[in-house]
Design a binder for this molecule. Structure first.
Ligand code: ATP
Ligand code: MG
Length: 651
């Protein structure tokens, strides 16, 4: 097998297949003909989807692509995003339907109907206006996972202020740079939130950040934990300012292209980028994909996405998509192991969750904790499971389906990015025969493809770069304040194509498999090998829970494969040379001798971003004996010390 530099080897052979359950297929929202219909008239298809929303003024043109790569969708149309997410459901007589079942970590809970949400959002919108926030202003939101978080976002959308949600685990410095970049006028925060059984501090971090941000006029503080906080002149309590407001507010129509929010990427590969999303096209794609990919039946489903709203998954699939569709969702404040490792399954049992959406990092953690934990709960309400954030290893997919989905529920592996705004590639649960580890096909209306170094579509069986050929409604409009970086980062690698930065392959059936970041691809003896495939081979060993693989410079092979492995909880003795040899042989047997790691290190943890993605660039520093690079987006900065301690003195 000779390989040129530009193709990715296709090593992993996965033959397990999971057809859709017959009853789900029979009543599915989307049937197989949707692909064809959308391909015949892509813009017509998206116009049909935009009709899911209520527009105060209809658009003149579906798409303006006269100045690529700057797109305008539903040009001339007007709508209000918050009205679409809240008021119209109340007006349609569904005010008593539950929008959110909120579950606090200490065990407190709150139920918000659509009518409740309308009152709360209206009060918050009136408060923002009183504080001088106007259409076009930016508002930074630094809140834990409490109802005031979606309420604040929707209040901004209602008055046309652009929100910038910053994940509550970020440092003062990270918050400060995001506030400065967006020139935000107001910060909405809380005294803290509950994590791992303890109140976390948020207000102290905000105080530190805004001490150096000239644009911030007020800090609006929600009381959540009751912990003592400093009270500065510009601080205002939410319960003083918001609660006394009128609960009536008329949502203002916005242009379809009005900036809805800025969100910074998770920073897995480097400095985060301020991604700008606008209104009409974004909401259209969120609503359609949430309905299609999860086969959402808003009348009967209870939906739970376990992501933090501080990430794009939470924006699109806790707030905007589910609310636009009038669904009933769960929001959980805390960590999965508080008060015990069954907390998530307890929540699914309690609220009879029927659709569950989480990340591979969480699934691998549950694998490590053991099958017996979810087995103690009644999870029979579940009917569709989703995954997002990283490639899902086939073994993790099968574990998820078997242990959480009773070997009955389809698993939809959804590929997308902060930049794409909404899901792009995914199986459809009533149509697609699932393959563990494959994101399968671009959704109807999405022109994604895999191309070689020259931008040519690769044939079935080939590997290369993930791209999108045509604009899509939820696409980012630019990087906030930096059009040039937008063009350079996404639209310059290949003429006329959106470059996602991910490697991918097409299998013999033309189905797509995501293979991790292009930067992470290893070149071993002339073969381009994806880190994802080697990691998946390691995770398929019964004693391995999680692994991360990097390519390290090697005098003989160019790069050599170095693997970091976390054993499963019940793996027994994993310290000896025998175990390492067993793992190396297992990889060679699964993928071929070319993929055999030069070195395997057993580690207690892996470096991850706060959104749970493995940061391979730091492990590459370890593998190549360099000092460790920028760790500011790392979830736990002590992890790198733990790993360095494990390093053998000499190779
Ligand atoms: P930065 O761009 O700053 O490095 P990031 O890319 O981690 O940060 P996100 O937008 O949160 O920030 O993540 C998108 C990336 O996550 C995708 O480019 C892809 O690498 C990965 N990803 C998401 N979902 C999937 C999936 N289902 N399969 C494979 N990879 C996925
Ligand atoms: Mg990215």
């Amino acid at each position: 097998m000779s390989q040129s530099q530009e193709t990715l080897s296709n090593l992993l052979q996965e033959t397990r297949r999971f057809p859709p359950p017959a009853d789900l297929a029979a009543s599915a929202n989307v049937k197989a003909d949707a692909y064809e219909r959308a391909a015949e008239d892509r813009l017509g298809f998206w116009a049909e989807q935009a009709d899911r929303l209520a527009w105060t003024k209809r658009w003149d043109d579906v798409l303006d692509w006269s100045k690529p790569p700057f797109a305008k969708w539903f040009v001339g149309g007007e709508l209000n995003v918050a009205y679409n997410c809240v008021d119209r459901h109340v007006e349609a007589g569904r005010g008593e339907k539950v929008a959110f079942h909120w579950e606090g970590e200490p065990g407190d809970s709150r139920t918000l109907t659509y009518a409740d949400l309308q009152r709360e959002v209206s009060r918050a919108a009136n408060a923002l206006l009183e504080l001088g926030v106007r259409k076009g202003d930016r508002v930074a939101i630094y809140l834990p996972m409490i109802p005031e978080l979606p309420i604040s976002m929707l209040a901004c959308a209602r008055i046309g202020a652009t929100h910038s949600v910053v994940f509550g685990g970020f440092s003062a410095e990270a918050l400060r740079t995001r506030i400065d970049d967006a020139q935000a006028k107001l910060v909405i925060t809380a005294d803290g939130g509950f994590r791992r059984g303890k109140p976390s501090d948020l207000k102290g971090i905000v105080d530190e950040a805004v001490a150096q941000t000239p644009t911030i006029e007020h800090v609006l503080v929600v009381r959540r934990t009751g912990e003592q906080v400093a009270e500065n002149e510009r601080d205002l309590w939410w319960h003083d300012v918001v609660e006394r407001q009128s609960d009536v507010h008329t949502a203002e129509p916005m242009d379809s292209e009005h900036p809805l929010y800025i969100l910074y990427t998770s920073g897995t590969t480097g400095k985060p980028k301020g991604i700008l999303h606008t209104s009409g096209g974004y909401l259209t794609q969120c609503a359609y994909t949430h309905w299609a990919v999860f086969d959402l039946k808003p009348e009967t489903d209870v939906y739970w996405c376990s992501a933090d709203i501080g990430w794009v998954t939470g924006h699109s699939y806790i707030v905007y998509g589910p609310l636009a569709n009038g669904s009933t969702s769960v929001i959980y404040e805390g960590t999965p192991d508080t008060p015990n490792k069954g907390r998530w399954w307890d929540i699914i049992q309690k609220y009879k969750v029927s659709i569950f959406y989480t990340a591979p990092t969480a699934i691998r953690t549950f694998m490590k904790w053991g099958d017996d934990i979810p087995a103690q709960y009644d999870l029979s309400s579940l009917r569709v499971l989703g995954s997002v954030g990283e490639p899902i290893n086939p073994e993790a997919y099968v574990w998820y389906r078997r242990n959480i989905g009773a070997d009955r529920t389809p698993v939809v592996d959804t590929w997308w990015q902060t930049e794409t705004g909404a899901i792009m590639i995914s199986p459809l649960p009533g149509v697609t025969e699932g393959k563990p580890g494959a994101a399968m096909r671009p959704l109807p209306g999405i022109a994604a493809d895999v191309v070689d170094d020259q931008g040519r579509s690769v044939p079935d069986g080939g590997g290369g770069f993930m791209v999108v050929r045509e604009p899509w409604p939820g696409m980012l409009r630019t990087i906030w304040g930096d059009d040039e970086r937008y063009v350079k980062t996404y639209w310059s690698r290949f003429e006329g194509l959106y470059f996602a930065g991910d490697g991918a392959k097409k299998d013999a059936d033309g189905d797509m498999w995501l293979l991790g970041r292009v930067d992470d691809v290893m070149l071993v003896s002339g073969h381009n090998i994806s880190t994802t495939e080697v990691e998946s081979a390691l995770v398929s060993h019964p004693k391995v829970a999680e692994s991360a693989v990097v390519g390290a410079t090697d005098p003989v092979t160019g790069q050599a494969i170095v693997a970091f492995v976390i054993p499963r909880g019940d793996a027994g003795d994993v310290e000896g040379e025998d175990f390492l040899r067993e793992l190396r042989d297992h990889v060679a047997k699964t993928l071929g001798p070319i993929a055999k790691p030069r070195q395997i290190m057993i580690v207690p943890e892996l470096p991850k971003t706060r959104s749970g993605k493995i940061m391979r660039r730091l492990l590459r520093d370890v593998a190549e004996n360099r000092s460790i690079g920028d760790v500011t987006t790392l979830a736990d900065s002590t992890v790198m010390d733990l790993i360095s301690e494990k390093l053998p003195a000499a190779k």
